[in-house]
Design a protein around this ligand. Structure first.
Ligand SMILES: Nc1ncnc2c1ncn2[C@@H]1O[C@H](COP(=O)(O)OP(=O)(O)O)[C@@H](O)[C@H]1O
Ligand SMILES: [Mg+2]
Length: 421
């Protein structure tokens, strides 16, 4: 059962948070409280964080999606040490708003107090472009340059990145160069050189290819060696990959490559675990941890049409991810702009205020039989209050209205206001 009702107040004490862990409840994430029609708050709502999940957070702009995702990330980072040490959290930060989690939510001290909480930042590592890294370091944040290994990008992915077809003459020239380099470690310059030496491609195709690769080189993200996966996802840590400064096509490739590498590593690790279990050995600390990947603005990566990131996330993470222990935390403003499979694979759907009929219809198409009445009717109970949401939990086959707890860490990405405070 993923959701459970607690038998009363949790007695969360400051000491437990300062230690960065909580005793007692094994691996649970306390994301908020039940919310009654008279707006009173009931008992705590827990999500079982030690088991794999696909959690979809949706709702119209400004009602709490990114905030709720942040609350989950906080809860994951505060899990008991003996569970947390086997979990790696990776946040795909499309808008560059999660660095603020490093700081305590001083802004809402009073609100936190009403919940028996207090401002507290969480430990994160940031990976981003060189410019962002410089900015982050100036603020005293732990940041490193993010890079992908050039040889991990397939000819098709390069073509997607450049917006060309693999059957076009430039696409063919690119594919030929990459195939020649196969099995080696290479840089973008090596690809350009390889293309230049190809006498079967026209000068026009080679010239266009060279221009594309020069553009790719200017993003400063591809590298001969690339960042090893175990530096990107680390057991017991939360890594925020800030991809906000990259063009959308590159964001998609980055997610596709990372998601594939994580899946492959987890499948390997799981196999080793099983061998140990069969031999009667303890599985012990994991070399490569279970992974929670959080993706805000998920519609970019999981559209109904063709997409390289969708292929990996749906085919590997969603269809086969439970066994190797992969969890997803997705947020989107437009559930109707997601591939239908995303909705049907989500075992927990958290829906903040939502009014667009197309989006409500998309949720209705996957409405479970245990839910009486239309989603639209249920959503009316959510009302206008920020942070209130309808939660549909497939594990306990139940539907509730909840209020997500306030963030202890600073929430970034608040809408800028023209009014001077
Ligand atoms: N659970 C909550 N408790 C209190 N305030 C909230 C909560 N969720 C959202 N808010 C408020 O709503 C604002 C918008 O939320 P945000 O998550 O940024 O919206 P979006 O759905 O567009 O991602 C936040 O800046 C915060 O002030
Ligand atoms: Mg948002």
């Amino acid at each position: 059962m993923a959701l459970s009702i607690s038998d009363g107040a949790r007695g969360i004490s400051e000491k437990l948070y300062v230690l960065g862990r909580r005793e007692g409840k094994g691996g649970v994430l306390n994301i908020g409280r039940y919310y009654a029609l008279d707006k009173s708050l009931g008992s705590n709502v827990y999500v079982d964080g030690a088991k794999p999940h696909v959690i979809l957070i949706c709702g119209k702009r400004g009602y709490g999606k990114s905030y709720t995702m942040g609350t989950f990330i906080e809860e994951l980072s505060m899990m008991e040490q003996d569970i947390r040490k086997n979990i790696g959290v990776i946040v795909i930060d499309t808008l560059g708003i999660y660095w603020t989690s490093f700081f305590g939510n001083k802004k809402h001290e009073e609100m936190l107090e009403r919940w028996g909480l207090f401002p507290s930042g969480i430990k994160i590592r940031l990976l981003s472009s060189p410019d962002n890294v410089e900015e982050y370091r100036k603020m005293g944040l732990p940041a490193e340059k993010f890079s992908l290994k050039t040889s991990e990008i397939s000819p098709l992915q390069w073509c997607n990145l450049f917006g060309i077809r693999i059957v076009d003459s430039t696409g063919v020239a690119i594919a030929r160069a990459i195939n020649e380099l196969e099995g080696k470690e290479y840089s973008i310059d090596d690809i350009i050189e390889q293309m230049a030496n190809d006498d079967r491609s026209s000068n026009e195709a080679k010239g266009a290819g060279e221009n594309f690769f020069k553009m790719a080189s200017s993003w400063d993200v591809f590298d001969k060696k690339g960042m090893p996966l175990d530096e990107i996802v680390r057991a017991g840590e939360t890594t925020v990959v800030d991809i906000s400064s990259y063009p959308e096509e590159l964001k998609v490739i980055i997610v596709a490559v990372l998601a594939r590498k994580i899946f492959e590593s987890r499948v390997r690790e799981r196999k080793n675990d099983e061998k140990d279990i069969i031999k009667g050995k303890s599985t012990g600390r994991k070399k490569f941890p279970l992974v929670w990947m959080a993706i805000d603005e998920a519609q970019i990566f999981l559209p109904p049409g063709k997409s390289v990131s969708k292929d990996v996330i749906i085919n590997q993470w969603m269809r086969q991810g439970r066994q190797p222990g992969l969890s997803l935390l997705l947020a989107t403003q437009r559930p109707s702009a997601l591939d239908d499979e995303v909705l049907s694979h989500s075992d927990i759907i958290i829906c903040h205020r939502l009014t667009a009929q197309g989006d409500i219809d998309a949720l209705n198409r996957v409405r479970p039989t245990y839910m009486r009445g239309e989603i639209g009717e249920a959503l009316k109970k959510v009302g206008m209050e920020k942070g209130v949401a309808l939660i549909i939990d497939d594990n306990s086959e139940s539907v509730h209205i909840i209020k997500v707890r306030p963030r202890m860490s600073w929430h970034g990405g608040e809408e800028p206001s023209a009014m001077v405070n």
